[in-house]
Design a protein around this ligand. Structure first.
Ligand code: IPM
Ligand code: MG
Length: 393
């Protein structure tokens, strides 16, 4: 067996419960490809603060960066945001941990495949007749660097104090609410955008899907830049890939007729954050969302289901772990455990087809066969890993 070490952030809220089952399943599935995953815990988030006085302990950060592959359970909990976070805002872990890792590891590409499960149709916010019989393939590739997320932090040192004060350019944690004006800078670099589009077009070509590029080029300079680079790369290097430009506001409306967004969806950091949650909710449930963030040059990667930490369910064995489990499948594919990844995806379908649900998936008119807890859903998925079904799932 080939050993692969992966940094594990169990995270906050229901994160640790969900990650426990997701890790067990990933370990078992990877064995199908002769890979022994060794998880090494690198604590981050409010749980880490309780033990180490920092939501991003320096040893955790550097060890995770060094290992280069991170399985991330999600950080953040409003309870702590309102107490410790109110006193020491820079400790809030969403920005402190996630943005620092994305930046340090240069995680340019955020893959968020939207998966439609017919058995979860009662949860979808689209009419089932809008889903073609052939299904939907909708893969978001969100541009995960620069943009407004990193504008102020990256550019602040290049601007003199006087100008900063005049324009209200501040780091997020220094905002008091009494400023006359706040300026949030957003930027795109030609080199980064070109690299991004080359990867997105290549992915669309490999999948034989159109590339749907989202922007707001009718008003904003950075999206005009985005569209011009996208068009040029498409025309010169990927003339065989169908390219569609879609303004972000109309793209948002199209989430409810998903056949019109069948393809690889290229979008900026902020647009992608917003649209991907909407797309997941339109097709089913946020709890099912899976997500990976990749550096296409080094292969460094972080696997973090885009769904939250379900803090209100923490410690109750109630949160839906399927998004984490599916994110584990993306991780396995990345480390070359393709059979394991396929097996996990199939196992999740089996769990759903067998009528097992966590409470969030059972809402509506559907009568599930059983409402199960986090652990029990995980055990079912683990059993299904070995199940050789002739039914097409
Ligand atoms: C996501 C999350 C993060 C983001 C937050 C927690 C920083 O919403 O991964 O979608 O905005 O990127
Ligand atoms: Mg988000």
């Amino acid at each position: 067996m080939k050993e692969i070490k992966i940094a594990l952030v169990k995270g906050d809220g229901s994160g640790p419960e969900m990650m426990e089952v997701a890790c067990k399943i990933a370990i078992k599935a990877a064995k199908k490809d002769g890979i022994e995953i060794i998880f090494e815990e690198t604590p981050m988030g409010w749980n880490a603060y309780s033990n180490f006085g920092d939501t991003l302990p320096v040893t955790s950060f550097w060890r995770a960066v060094e290992l280069g592959t991170i399985f991330f359970g999600g950080v953040g909990d409003p309870k702590f945001d309102d107490s410790i976070g109110a006193e020491i805002p820079e400790m809030k872990p969403e920005a402190r941990c996630l943005l620092a890792l994305r930046k340090r590891m240069e995680l340019l590409l955020n893959f968020r495949p939207m998966i439609y499960y017919k058995v979860l149709d009662h949860l979808a916010n689209v009419k089932s007749e809008t889903i073609p019989n052939s299904g939907i393939e909708q893969v978001f590739i969100r541009f995960l660097l620069e943009d407004s997320y990193f504008g102020n932090t990256d550019l602040i040192n290049e601007i003199s104090k006087d100008i900063r004060e005049k324009l209200g350019i501040k780091l997020k944690q220094d905002v008091t609410g009494n400023e006359k004006m706040i300026t949030e800078m957003a930027y795109y670099k030609k080199k980064t955008i070109e690299k991004y589009f080359r990867a997105a077009f290549a992915y669309a070509r490999a999948k034989s899907l159109p590339l749907i590029s989202i922007d707001k080029a009718n008003v904003m300079a950075r999206y005009d830049f985005w569209r011009k680079i996208c068009t040029r790369i498409g025309r010169e290097e990927f003339p065989d890939v169908q390219l569609v430009h879609q303004l972000v506001d109309s793209a948002n409306a199209l989430l409810f007729t998903p056949a019109k967004l069948h393809g690889v969806i290229a979008c900026g950091n902020e647009h992608g954050d917003i649209l991907s949650d909407g797309a997941a909710a339109a097709l089913g449930s946020m709890g099912m969302m899976c997500s990976s963030a990749i550096n296409p040059d080094t292969g460094a990667a972080m696997f973090e289901s885009g769904a939250g930490t379900a803090p209100t369910l923490a410690g109750q064995n109630k949160a839906n772990p399927l998004g984490r489990i599916l994110t584990g499948a993306m991780m396995l594919r990345h480390i070359g455990a393709t059979n394991g990844a396929d097996a996990i995806e199939k196992a999740v379908r089996m769990v759903l087809i067998n009528g097992f649900r966590t409470a969030d998936l059972a809402q509506g008119n559907e009568q599930p066969d059983a409402i199960l807890g986090t652990k029990e859903i995980g055990e079912n998925a683990l059993l299904s890993l070995e199940y050789k079904s002739r039914i097409q799932v």
